[in-house]
Design a protein around this ligand. Structure first.
Ligand code: PLP
Length: 387
């Protein structure tokens, strides 16, 4: 069969592939410690599930508006005002099938052949693939552990060409856990405004912060940057709702309208009764989010201490998300080689950095129970001393 050329230009998600391999090993009865998860291990809070069940019982089972249930768009606009000091009307907001789908809609609506999109590496692995599927070109800017894997305003400026259309910012970051300070965000905003670019800010981990780190949306640094910003967010990480598939996007009306048209011809609306769960998530107490963050904070502490005790492994202190991003350059191994050998010989699954555009690192997720963290870190220590 002759497939469309665009298919040959992208590869399946490596994180999903490795998680699947670890799951298959577990299925065979092998005791695998998995640090590969890209999702919280907690169940969705009960009140959110109850709200969706109630919506089902009330017959919220039909097609709805492509841009989302009006009540949810309103609740999101209110959230963006209260949490992020962003003044969006519900018409500036659309509900999507997850943060991933938000970004996909955006690339389709904005990017075409000839356009360049600047993406700092390590990056969330779907960004460049989405740009490719839209026919655009990714300009990858490598960052280093010395700068906590943050792009500097100078690096951003150097990467800009007349073809640059969009900059992708992800803070807190997956895979590195890095959180940009408000000052650093302000400096990046200035470059974007000076060069009249657009920025998409992927804020899906905004609630998962440690050690007093602060999340400030880039769109909140004045009207010039607000006009040039698109916010991508969702319910998956903050409320442990990964399987629900609900995300959202906020930005200029013209763009939201274009993305809604695209969505109306692809997925139509997001699952109607699921949206009622999302409304409950936003309108109820946020204690469930804080509870989850407290658990993550304890695990992060343990994982960081353990990594730092192991010779030849190091990592910057991550202030957000639920990942520890470990430098393995002193082992001399490629990230894929390291991950494969570790899984084969010591049954620990993690994600090779090559998936995120950096081959001297691996990503460990602590979205798992403490016993697994202790056992898995013991095994990594044994693995390292066996090298
Ligand atoms: C998980 C994740 C998303 C979106 O996830 P959805 O499940 O599609 O809402 C977006 N960006 C990053 C960086 C993520 O880690």
């Amino acid at each position: 069969m002759k497939l469309a050329t665009r298919v040959g230009k992208v590869t399946p998600s490596l994180t999903l592939t490795i998680s699947a391999k670890a799951k298959a090993m577990k299925g065979q009865g092998i005791d695998v410690c998995s640090f590969s998860a890209g999702e919280p291990d907690f169940d969705t809070p009960t009140h959110i599930k109850e709200a969706a069940k109630q919506a089902l019982d009330q017959g919220k089972t039909k097609y709805g508006p492509a841009a989302g249930e009006p009540k949810l768009r309103e609740a999101i606009a209110k959230k963006l005002y209260q949490d992020n000091h962003l003044n969006y009307a519900p018409e500036n907001v659309m509900v999507t099938n997850g943060g991933k789908h938000s970004l996909f809609n955006l690339m389709l609506a904005l990017i075409e052949p000839g356009d360049e999109v600047i993406i700092p590496a390590p990056y969330w692995l779907s960004y460049p693939e989405m740009v490719t599927l839209a026919g655009g070109t990714s300009v990858i800017v490598p960052t280093t552990p010395e700068s906590d894997y943050k792009i500097t305003p100078e690096q951003l400026e150097e990467a800009i060409t007349p073809q640059t259309k969009l900059f992708v910012l992800n803070s807190p970051s997956n895979p590195t856990g890095t959180v940009y300070t408000p000052q650093e965000i302000a400096e990046l905003a200035q470059v974007i405004v000076e060069h009249d670019l657009l920025v998409v800010s992927d804020e899906i981990y905004e609630k998962i912060l440690y050690d007093g780190a602060e999340h400030k949306s880039i769109a909140s640094f004045g009207d010039d940057i607000f006009q040039r910003s698109i916010i991508s967010n969702g319910f998956a990480k903050s409320y442990s709702m990964t399987g629900w598939r609900i995300g959202y996007m906020a930005g200029p009306k013209e763009l939201i309208k274009a993305m809604t048209t695209i969505q109306s011809h692809s997925t139509s609306n997001v699952c109607t009764f699921a949206q009622y769960g999302a409304i409950a998530a936003l309108e109820s107490s946020q204690e469930c989010v804080e509870q989850m963050c407290r658990a993550f904070a304890e695990r992060r502490q343990v994982m960081l201490e353990r990594v730092n005790q192991i010779n030849k492994l190091s990592c910057p202190v991550p202030n957000g998300a639920f990942y520890v991003y470990v430098d393995i350059s002193q082992t001399g191994m490629t990230s894929l080689d390291f991950s494969d050998k570790l899984l084969e010989s010591h049954q620990v699954a993690l994600i090779p950095g090559i998936a995120f555009g950096n081959d001297t690192t691996v990503r460990l997720s602590y979205a798992t129970d403490m016993a697994t963290i202790e056992k898995g870190m013991d095994r990594i220590a044994e693995f390292m001393s066996s090298l």
